[in-house]
Ligand binder design. Structure first.
Ligand SMILES: Nc1ncnc2c1ncn2[C@@H]1O[C@H](COP(=O)(O)OP(=O)(O)OP(=O)(O)O)[C@@H](O)[C@H]1O
Ligand SMILES: [Mg+2]
Length: 1001
């Protein structure tokens, strides 16, 4: 049966099948053309390519797309034909230092995949189906435009492997290929981006973007050439799993307020105290449980002395408390192993969430020093905890209730208006300090209680490096946000990177939204199809395998305890190993990998461990996992995208055995792991080992039902449950977690969208300054924009015009010496026009004195300097705002809405401030200090302007970061926050600003 009809048979009736059916004539045509091309010389083939490139070059993006659609069959045929020729020639080459021979020609399924990618869809093709080769088709096609098509991988190794490997095809046809690698210099990167097709790792693309747009000050420093077409390999991993950690470029901090070092000793003590408390509680509870068991055996349902509760209930109540205080407490975990106790504890906890018992729950929680919510990853001090942290004044760790305080102040007739305002501002300051302090402590608590070394992070050369929870790979250069990273650094006693602040940041997702066209490929997208559609407008199309998959997937084996599970795992590995079947052991964490490794060592089973610390050899280790008798331990998703080839003889013993020691939160990741085996129609087997103590089962499993089950089956030591409907109930738990994680990601993205829009505006402006041939036009735009606004400010509606102040501002900012007479009797528009005109004239005059070759650079710098300084400050403020709205969230307000409103206001202020800074710097920068001075001295009216004594007195201020060569001393600029003229004066007088401090100077 030919592949197409097999596909149709399998998928007949679905939307997919209809699409694939519609493609049939296209595929046939490509294959026909390919055969025709075989008679051409390589030169003739290349001539075709050159002609396409030539014709595409002058076209706009839209027209190019139409053109590409037209030539698709021919272009795909050309690529396939090149692959055929390389196969015929047994072409030799090296990939990552390994010799290789080309031996593949695109299958029909791969042509279909290529088509979907070109159309901007996600092609779901099972692991091992050859997605690397699939991507060559659309990359070549879109590479013809010369704009640069990008292929995005999950790590540096894959970028290099795929570029060197697939590069054979592109080069054969006359296109160029680039490879971005971590250690390249900007010059090298620029060179790579210049290629028709460029391979690189996702964060490298993202960081290059940030550097180009947030840091580069000239076109020559930028490395990328725009964002046109990209294919994201392992698209689910990049767009979904990496969603929570943004890319951040940081620099020296301007304001540092954290106090992690100060609170660390206290937090350490309180964590210890709580541990002691919980140990005592859990011991007592265990005793009570034991007593209850003895008594119930004797037929008594005894009540504890002086309590309404049975002993069983009393013990459960204690255990619930332990859970809230120390979720990883040993005795508690042990109690959870016992079906009866587990049931009682769960019932108790559930009962607390009923409305009538909420108060009791709070009371119980207050008996601890702090509460931890493992699910929500949160930690909060209780009253008692606050008292401990600061015995004199527990309120130091409480957020003041501002609205109430304000209301009280307003109602206090003993205070004057002025005193009220002063008191309010003091309260506000206190609030800010408190929230910083509370935030620091809560981050420290999280760092101590929820973030475990070697699981969530490792400490490498004095740095805390995040471990990706899915892959177990370290993520150097990334940091947790919100101070959590510093808190963990404080905990580990390594240098706290206090001197950094965000200079530029973007999430990987938003980076990929920059592309005009985006395609994606992965073995597992279907479960997240909704998310791809809703957030990225990417449709998933499921492409069937070239040959049917023959892997057998065993039912999950469910054990009561971890211990029993791991014992059984080791036994199973031993059996497979004995008959020569290679085993790939998947674990959920680095810690679990090491545990299995220790157990295998004891059992004398030779094996290789792949974890975060062996990043480099990852691909090679995984690739060797298909040898006879090999045992390879690896975290769940490590080795994604690397090829496991079965050695001779392995197929006979059943192919690769993928043995997973835990179910992951997401089904997708489990499927990836399964897909490591049985590639390209190879035989293979997979099975998951699960225990009731696994995180997934504890937090989200239908624990109650499971517990009942265990009772009913009366499981014995070492025994496992196994049934197909148990798999389903594990999947239900996973679906629930997936749903929750989706909502979290969506929320993060909604927050990030706000920043994203702002970033677009700012980067757009910045880029214009860098790229324009006429940077002065941008400066004039600011003049034309801002001066009318200023004039309006000085002519408030229904109020006296502030002519004097307007003149003061004009003449202090620009050497214009506008007089009262010249603006009297004029309308606002006329005044604005006059001022703008004067400023421009003065500026033209000034520029005549500049060094001609430098003037454009100087003008660009005026805009860039203003944007960069204020944008970074703004990023810092936005960070604080984000923290702030969460604290406010207790007041039943939606933090997102609050955040949006505030952010919008702040952005307005930012834009005004940037423009003002541009205006202020117009006459403060020069390329020629001597000429500039002579220019100034030729403006006698400026220096002798009536009320400008401060200038003559030389009260000028040198800008701190200014290059003395190009900076000019001019009147001091108001550094205080911008206050509207009709707003209350910041001094607290209660008068309008214009009538108070603004007037007094
Ligand atoms: N058309 C083909 N003919 C012969 N072999 C092929 C063909 N396409 C791919 N292969 C082989 O299939 C193997 C898997 O390819 P590849 O790594 O690209 O798969 P993948 O779909 O990217 O898998 P993963 O999901 O694991 O990343 C490789 O060894 C490759 O050489
Ligand atoms: Mg791949």
């Amino acid at each position: 049966m030919n592949p197409i009809s097999w596909i149709l048979k399998k998928f007949f009736g679905s939307k997919n099948a209809r699409m694939i059916k519609a493609l049939k004539p296209v595929i046939t045509r490509i294959n026909q053309l390919e055969v025709e091309f075989r008679s051409l010389s390589q030169d003739a083939l290349r001539a075709k390519v050159a002609k396409w490139k030539e014709e595409l070059k002058p076209l706009e993006w839209g027209a190019q797309q139409e053109y590409l659609d037209r030539i698709l069959p021919e272009a795909f045929a050309a690529v396939k034909n090149a692959a055929w020729r390389l196969t015929e020639a047994k072409a030799q080459f090296t990939v990552c230092e390994q010799p290789m021979t080309w031996a593949m020609v695109h299958f029909d399924t791969q042509l279909i995949g290529g088509y979907c990618l070109h159309k901007g869809m996600i092609a779901e093709m099972a692991t091992g189906e050859g997605k690397t080769l699939v991507a060559t088709l659309p990359l070549f096609l879109n590479g013809l435009t010369g704009r640069g098509s990008h292929l995005v991988t999950t790590n540096d190794y894959l970028a290099r492997r795929d570029a060197e490997w697939m590069g054979q095809l592109y080069q054969y046809l006359g296109l160029t290929v680039g490879i971005i690698q971590h250690d390249q210099s900007p010059d090298e990167r620029r060179e790579q981006y210049r290629a028709d097709i460029c391979y690189g790792m996702n964060s490298e693309f993202g960081f290059d973007y940030l550097r180009d747009n947030g840091m580069a000050t000239s076109k020559e420093q930028q490395v990328q050439r725009g964002h046109w077409y990209a294919i994201v390999d392992e698209v689910d991993s990049i767009l979904i799993d990496e969603a929570r950690v943004p890319l951040i470029i940081s620099g020296p901090v301007t304001v540092s307020t954290h106090q992690f070092d100060k609170y660390k000793p206290l937090v350490e003590q309180i964590v210890k105290k709580q541990a002691m408390l919980c140990n005592r509680l859990s011991n007592d509870a265990t005793k009570l449980f034991d007593e209850a068991a003895t008594e119930s055996a004797a037929g008594i349902a005894a009540k504890t002395k002086g309590s309404e509760l049975t002993k069983m209930e009393e013990a459960s109540r204690m255990m619930v408390k332990v859970k809230w205080g120390q979720p990883l407490n040993k005795a508690y975990l042990r109690a959870m192993e016992d079906p009866e106790r587990r049931k009682a504890i769960e019932k108790m906890e559930l009962s607390f969430y009923a409305d009538v018992r909420k108060e009791e729950m709070w009371k119980l929680k207050e008996e601890l020093f702090f509460n931890i919510d493992q699910r929500a990853h949160e930690a909060d001090l209780t009253e008692q905890g606050r008292e401990f942290m600061n015995p004199g004044d527990p309120n130091a760790f409480m957020l003041p209730d501002l609205p109430t305080q304000f209301a009280e102040l307003d109602g206090n007739s003993a205070l004057t208006e002025q005193q009220k305002i002063a008191a309010k501002s003091k309260a506000q300051d206190e609030m800010n300090m408190q929230s910083e302090r509370i935030h620091n402590i809560s981050q420290l608590l999280r760092a101590y209680c929820l973030y475990e070394k070697d699981v969530h992070y490792i400490v490498d050369e004095g740095k805390v490096v995040i471990v990706d929870e899915n892959t177990g790979r370290t993520m150097p250069g990334r940091r947790w946000s919100d101070g959590l990273h510093q808190a963990v650094e404080a905990k580990e006693g390594v240098q706290i990177d206090k001197e950094t602040q965000t200079l530029a940041t973007i999430t990987v997702q938003n980076y990929f939204r920059l592309y005009k066209k985006l395609g994606g490929m992965t073995g597992t997208a279907e479960t997240e199809a909704n998310e791809f559609h809703d957030i990225y407008k990417l449709d998933v199309s499921v492409i069937p395998t070239n040959r049917p998959c023959v892997r057998k997937d065993g039912n999950d084996l469910i054990f009561k305890t971890r211990r029993e599970k791991y014992n059984s795992v080791v036994q199973e590995i031993g059996e497979a190993h004995a008959k020569g079947q290679p085993v790939l052991v998947g674990t959920a964490s680095v810690e679990a990998s090491e545990l299995v490794s220790r157990m295998l060592q004891r059992a004398k089973i030779p094996h290789t461990v792949l974890n975060a610390r062996h990043n480099q050899q990852e691909a090679e280790i995984i690739a060797r996992a298909g040898q006879l008798g090999a045992v390879t331990i690896s975290t769940n998703m490590a080795g994604r995208g690397t090829d496991i080839k079965l050695a001779p003889g392995v197929a006979e013993v059943g192919g690769l055995y993928v043995l997973a020691t835990e179910r992951h939160e997401s089904r997708r990741i489990d499927r990836q792991l399964r897909g490591r085996g049985a590639r390209q129609g190879d035989p293979g087997y997979s099975r998951f080992y699960v225990s009731f103590e696994d995180d997934l089962m504890r937090n989200f499993g239908a624990a109650e039902r499971m517990t009942k089950l265990m009772e009913r089956f009366g499981m014995k030591e070492g025994e496992a449950l196994e049934h197909s409907w148990l798999n389903r109930s594990v999947e239900t738990a996973q679906k629930r977690v997936e749903q929750r994680n989706y909502l979290i990601r969506k929320r993060t993205l909604e927050f990030d969208d706000v920043m994203n829009k702002q970033r677009e505006v700012i980067y757009g402006w910045r880029n214009e300054a860098i790229n324009t041939d006429n940077p002065r036009a941008l400066l004039y735009d600011v003049i034309d924009d801002r001066i009318p606004e200023k004039v309006e400010e000085f002519f408030p509606q229904g109020d006296m015009p502030q002519t004097e102040e307007l003149l003061h501002w004009t003449n202090i900012t620009f050497p214009t010496s506008v007089t009262k007479e010249s603006i009297e009797g004029k309308t606002q528009e006329e005044i604005s026009a006059l001022l703008a005109d004067r400023v421009k004239k003065a500026y033209e005059l000034k520029s005549q004195h500049e060094i001609p070759e430098q003037i454009k650079g100087l003008e660009r710098y005026i805009t860039l300097g203003a944007i960069d300084r204020l944008w970074q400050e703004h990023l810092y403020n936005m960070d604080s705002l984000r923290e702030g709205v969460y604290l406010r969230a207790h007041g039943q307000k939606d933090p997102l809405i609050e955040y949006k409103q505030e952010a919008f206001k702040m952005f307005g202020v930012l834009m005004d401030n940037i423009k003002d800074e541009v205006l202020n710097n117009l006459f403060r920068s020069t390329s020629n200090i001597m000429a500039f001075e002579s220019f100034l001295s030729n403006l006698p009216q400026f220096l002798s302007a009536p009320d400008e004594s401060s200038i003559a007195g030389g009260a000028a201020e040198q800008q701190p970061d200014a290059d003395p060569e190009v900076q000019m001393n001019l009147p001091a600029r108001r550094e205080a926050p911008k206050v509207g003229r009709n707003e209350p004066c910041p001094c607290g007088s209660g008068r309008k600003f214009k009538d108070c401090c603004a007037k007094n100077g």
